[in-house]
Design a binder for this molecule. Structure first.
Ligand code: NAD
Ligand code: TYD
Length: 351
């Protein structure tokens, strides 16, 4: 094998797409997928590549320092793509601690292990940290997040990701550890856990259940198809400049309510329902505490320097996504059984 690459969080939503891309595109890399398999991690997300000769799965926790040291000893990684995280803002509001452990301590454990293993020999080594646009805070009607926008995280989730970003850069400046970072906007597509807006809405519409829209539905997000994010990660990992940060976005801003209306129309079509059937399920619920108003990414740096652009129009991507969830009922039934039910009741029914 030419390289041994650790991908953390590869059983999650974005991680599973990154693992799939790397396993299929780079047969001469050994891809080690490390995942704790929390409620959000699911080996069903990667059954298509699990028997590949260049793929290994390791179940483990990035917060466990001794375990991480052993794993690095076992594989002697050339590269690390770190996606494992607690990723849902609403969960960070009800219980911030897990976000501090996984997103901050877990990241420091990986930084320390890489530093210990690579010593001063950094040639052809790289630790790539996958971050979020939420570290930049909340925009008004105007403007975009660039790579030099000042950090202003406002939820426990974004504050934990921002802390990790700072630590990754601190290891670069202090120890010369070769790192690269990217901050991406909201992703959508297959295998996303249905606590996030788009899969949750699809699941509820399918089951003729209320579609909860926070506040007045006026908050704006910039949506990117997950496969395009995975392709950007591949490019940055191979061609990005060490020490740099790249913003990744879909150039695709939607008000939540407009997005949900579009989704309702698509669902009526796919389910052969009368126009307006799904729209009648829209239910405005209590707003999220500290709800960021608008995220919007200026992705001109990655476009100019690495020639990356989103490949799909939103309606195309959303259509593919709806089709995937409707054609993969067993997956959806599997992840929405058990603990999902009590999460859902706590999050929505009490309002
Ligand atoms: P996800 O919640 O779907 O998956 C996270 C994965 O990490 C799961 O498989 C989980 O089991 C694993 N994990 C959690 N804690 C762990 C631990 N302590 N040790 C090992 N594994 C652990 O998340 P996602 O949406 O795929 O996001 C992946 C990364 O991308 C995160 O770092 C997130 O901050 C970032 N990101 C996400 C989005 C988005 O829209 N989803 C946008 C920008 C950035
Ligand atoms: P989400 O998918 O949780 O992503 P993030 O909070 O990281 O942007 O939410 C996307 C937007 O949708 C956000 O403005 C909150 C809103 N939202 C709802 O209106 N209803 C819901 O049930 C959920 C989960 C989110």
């Amino acid at each position: 094998m030419k390289k041994t690459i650790l991908i953390t969080g590869g059983a999650g939503f974005i991680g599973s797409h990154v693992v799939r891309l790397f396993v299929q595109k780079y047969p001469d890399y050994l891809i080690v997928n490390l995942d704790k398999l929390t409620y959000a991690g699911n080996l069903l997300n990667i059954t298509d590549i699990e028997d590949s000769p260049n793929y290994v799965f390791e179940k483990g926790d990035i917060v466990d320092e001794a375990y991480i040291e052993c794993l690095f000893e076992k594989y002697r990684f050339d590269g690390i793509i770190h996606l494992a995280a607690e990723s849902h803002v609403d969960r960070s509001i009800s219980n911030p601690n897990e976000f501090i452990f996984t997103n901050i301590i877990g990241t420091v454990n990986l930084l320390n292990a890489a530093r210990k293993q690579w010593k001063e020999d950094f040639e052809n080594k790289l630790l790539y940290f996958i971050s979020t646009d939420e570290v930049y805070g909340s925009l008004g009607n105007e403007g975009f997040f660039t790579e030099s926008t000042a950090y202003s995280p406002r939820s426990p989730y974004s504050a934990s990701k921002a802390s990790a970003d700072h630590l990754v850069r601190a290891f670069y400046h202090t120890y010369k550890l070769p790192v690269v970072l990217s901050n991406c906007s909201n992703n959508y597509g297959s295998y996303q856990f249905p606590e996030k807006l788009i899969p949750l809405a699809i699941h509820n519409i399918k089951n003729m259940k209320a579609v909860p829209v926070y506040g007045k539905g006026e908050n704006i997000r910039d949506w990117l198809y997950v496969v395009d994010h995975a392709k950007a990660i591949d490019l940055i990992f191979h061609k990005g400049i060490t020490g740099e940060t790249y913003n990744i976005g879909g150039n695709n801003e939607w008000k939540n309510i407009d997005l949900i209306m579009l989704l309702c129309k698509l669902m009526d079509k796919h389910l052969n329902r009368k126009d307006g059937t799904s729209e009648s399920l829209i239910t405005f619920v209590k707003d999220r505490a500290g709800h960021d108003m608008r995220y919007a990414i200026d992705a001109s740096k990655i476009k100019t320097e690495l020639n990356w652009e989103p490949s799909l129009q939103f309606e195309q991507g959303l259509n593919l996504t709806v089709e995937w969830y409707l054609n993969n009922e067993p997956w959806l039934d599997n992840v929405t059984s058990g603990a999902y039910q009590s999460y859902y009741e706590q999050q929505y029914i009490k309002r």
